[in-house]
Design a protein around this ligand. Structure first.
Ligand code: GTP
Ligand code: MG
Length: 341
């Protein structure tokens, strides 16, 4: 991640093509921070922050043992910190059905470039949601990620979200050249598109999780509309091997998904995660045709799409899980210009 705006204003282009500055009216509220907790000195605060605990709510929901392990603190100290955080954190609360409906009204939809896929999703990929795309290697998951990254730059009336894209690349498969190709495919200037896609390579699962915090920090000065994690599970799968580490892996993945959902909700953004299905050699336990991460990832995702190769170079996207849409399939192609019917 490179560019970082220092002001709290957002630059946009108005109808005459002039750059205008919109100053955020809402100044940052002074919420208590970890330093405000009684008994937390600078060294402990540092440890908490290093372990990714920047918000009191994140601390309040931990168990003493988990916090002790994560932040390398004693369990007794952790217990005290947690109970202090519970008192001071903004836990949130219940909101009315009408407020929820109002939030739903703000949902925006991002086009995939294929009307078949958009129809399958009731008009496109929804903001305020996590969409999991899973399938075998070569099924097109990364291509979908690249295409959505490009389309996100489009104005709303053309099916875009007109916002910034954050791409967490765990397998070193992000290709700016492919972005350029797809941008030209829909008549956008590749340079303009690439400027708005912010890419970070995640070196391991812990780094991957820290990058989500970093996005949340950057979101304060930027209009984050799409977050892509490609692949969600590759590091977790490689680092937590075998049955003995399954529980820990699932717990971490669950926390990761929660943080991602928070990003989607707070920013009215779409989160797209890719996931490989387990290949045969791995299948010492579990179903060899199921995506990695199983229930944890599945339940945390709002939409699940299964991708597979089909006849004559076509691909099938099957909607597997959705809160309000029927299951179904869409046929599409990956062309030089990008995803098409
Ligand atoms: P893994 O990450 O290995 O699990 O696979 P994946 O599901 O991410 O597959 P990916 O999206 O990388 O799909 C690769 C396929 O997309 C290739 O086999 C090609 O068929 C197609 N593809 C990739 N790049 C291009 C391109 O520039 N032009 C065209 N026409 N097709 C492409
Ligand atoms: Mg891939």
């Amino acid at each position: 991640m490179t560019s970082r705006k220092k002001t709290t204003s957002t630059e946009t282009i108005d109808e005459e093509g002039e750059e205008v500055l919109m100053i955020d009216a809402e100044d940052e509220k002074t919420e208590p921070t970890v330093e405000d907790l009684p008994g937390v000195g600078p060294a402990t605060a540092e440890k908490l922050r290093e372990a990714g605990f920047n918000e009191l709510l994140a601390i309040a929901v931990m168990t003493p043992k988990a916090l002790a392990d994560a932040a390398e603190l004693g369990e007794a100290v952790s217990a005290k910190i947690i109970s202090a955080a519970k008192k001071q954190a903004n836990i949130g609360g219940f909101i009315s059905g009408n407020s929820l409906l109002e939030r739903r009204r703000q949902v925006q939809k991002l086009t995939s470039g294929s009307t078949a896929i958009d129809d399958l999703l009731g008009g496109g990929f929804e903001t305020q949601s996590i969409c999991e795309v899973y399938g075998e290697f070569g099924s097109g998951k990364t291509q979908v990620g690249h295409q959505l990254a490009v389309n996100c730059i489009l104005p709303l009336e053309q099916g875009g979200l007109d916002g910034e894209v954050f791409y967490i690349d765990t397998e070193d498969t992000f290709r700016p050249e492919r972005i350029s190709q797809m941008a030209r495919g829909i008549g956008l200037d590749p340079e303009v598109v690439l400027e708005r896609i912010h890419v970070a390579r995640a070196y391991n699962s812990a780094h991957q999780m820290l990058l989500v915090d970093e996005i949340q920090r950057m979101a304060k000065n930027m209009d984050v509309k799409l977050i892509i994690v490609d692949s969600l599970t590759s590091h977790f799968r490689a680092e937590f091997l075998g049955r003995g580490m399954l529980a820990e892996r699932q717990q971490k993945l669950g926390r990761h998904m929660k943080e991602l959902k928070k990003l989607a909700d707070i920013n009215n953004a779409l989160v797209l995660v890719s996931n490989q299905v387990m290949s045969k050699p791995d299948a010492m336990w579990g179903d060899p045709t199921k995506p990695i991460g199983g229930h944890i990832v599945g339940h945390a995702s709002t939409f699940r799409i299964y991708l597979k190769k089909s006849k004559a170079g076509s691909r099938i996207a099957r909607l597997v899980d959705s809160p309000n849409l029927p299951e179904g399939e869409a046929k599409f192609f990956v062309t030089a210009d990008g995803l098409r019917d």
